[in-house]
Structure formats: structure tokens, C-alpha cells
Write a protein that binds this ligand. Structure first.
Ligand SMILES: [Zn+2]
Length: 204
């Protein structure tokens, strides 16, 4: 993660924005034009149907759209790997390795990179497992099932410790994000049934 915070706040969801969401679906976070530095105003462009940040000087329209968060459910035999966060928000709480997708990545390569960066873990991806819409903070989270190739973890600076948990050991009341909880619940359910599906859900 190059950003200080990957997964973020707002109880169930995610990442910390450097701004506050003022209106649902409408962050109004942009104040200055990226092209010329001029002030922007939020208005509906002539060829559009919703408010956008429009530069008052050069008329550039700055679109804001949901971002993708990608991560893994790394497994070693019966146990899964969780990381304890060394950063805010949710400092000290446990999460699956995940973070913002970067330009130039696929969802798969991003998930692998986050797993390496946060847990220092090498995995083989086994398939897409969960797709979670977190509309309130304009994010979509993708988690892949993954098989750990070894147990030599070397957590990065964003992680206090990385360790393996059986289902019974998972610290359910100390999970950092709702999308992590929803993914883990489905994961263990599927494992009991002996078949892993692909799950989608909306996080309120
Ligand atoms: Zn401008």
C-alpha cells in the first residue's frame, strides 16, 4: 500500500478518505481543478444528469466514481491468515489482506500485491470468492480465495502481526471491517458444505 490507509473507516466499510462524505452518493470532495488549479463548482453539465465537479476557469469536468478494493482469504490447511492493523483507522483490529487496486493492475495482481505487502505472504489464487458493494463510501471489494505457499510471514509496516486462525479462533469481535466479516462468514459456511461459490452482497 502506498497510501497510509488502505481499508478504512465508516464501520463496515472501508477506507479513510481525506475528506468527509457530505451527501450520500456525492462526496463534493474536489475543490480545485487538477488541470489548471482553478476553483470548481458542483453542477449538472449540459450533457449529463447528475452533479459533477466542473472547473469554473477551464470547464474540465472531474468525474468521481467508485474505487476497487482487492484482497485475499489466504488459507493454510484448516487455518486462515489475518493481519492486525498497525495503522488507523481500526488500529489494532484484524483484517484480511486487502487494499486499493492500483493503475496497471488486474484485480488478481492487486490482490496478490496486497497480500505480499501487508502479510509478507506468498499465495496462489484459487478463484474469486466475494464481491461486496459498499455504496455508502463508493467502493467495491473483491476477495479471492488463496492457498498459502508457506508460513514464513513477514508483515509490512502496516501490520503489527500476521497469524493463522482456525474458525473457532477468529477474533470476530475484533475484525476491522464489515466486508472482512461478511467474507469470512461465507468462507467458513462454504467450507463446511464442501463447495466454494462466488458471493455478492451489498453492505449497508
Ligand atoms: Zn480548470
Amino acid at each position: 500500500m502506498t497510501r497510509a490507509n488502505n481499508l478504512g473507516p465508516y464501520d463496515g466499510s472501508i477506507m479513510p478518505r481525506r475528506y468527509t462524505l457530505c451527501v450520500m452518493f456525492q462526496s463534493r470532495s474536489i475543490r480545485h481543478c487538477r488541470a489548471c488549479g482553478g476553483e470548481v463548482t458542483y453542477r449538472v453539465p449540459a450533457d449529463d444528469n447528475r452533479e459533477r465537479a466542473v472547473c469554473a476557469r477551464c470547464a474540465t469536468v472531474h468525474y468521481e466514481n467508485p474505487v476497487n478494493v482487492v484482497g485475499t482469504v489466504p488459507a493454510w490447511e484448516e487455518r486462515i491468515l489475518l493481519c492486525r492493523r498497525n495503522i488507523e483507522p481500526r488500529y489494532g483490529l484484524w483484517t484480511l489482506p486487502a487494499g486499493f487496486m492500483e493503475i496497471g493492475e488486474t484485480t488478481e495482481t492487486g490482490a496478490l500485491r496486497e497480500t505480499e505487502e501487508e502479510a509478507g505472504a506468498r499465495v496462489e489464487l484459487l478463484g474469486l470468492f466475494s464481491v461486496l458493494n459498499v455504496v455508502r463510501v463508493a467502493q467495491v471489494h473483491f476477495f479471492y480465495r488463496a492457498r498459502l505457499l508457506d508460513t514464513d510471514f513477514a508483515p509490512g509496516p502496516e501490520t503489527i502481526e500476521a497469524r493463522l486462525f482456525t474458525e473457532a479462533e477468529v477474533p470476530w469481535d475484533q475484525l476491522a471491517f464489515r466486508t472482512v466479516r461478511e467474507t469470512l462468514v461465507r468462507y467458513f459456511d462454504d467450507r463446511r458444505r464442501g463447495h466454494f461459490g462466488v458471493h455478492s452482497a451489498d453492505i449497508a
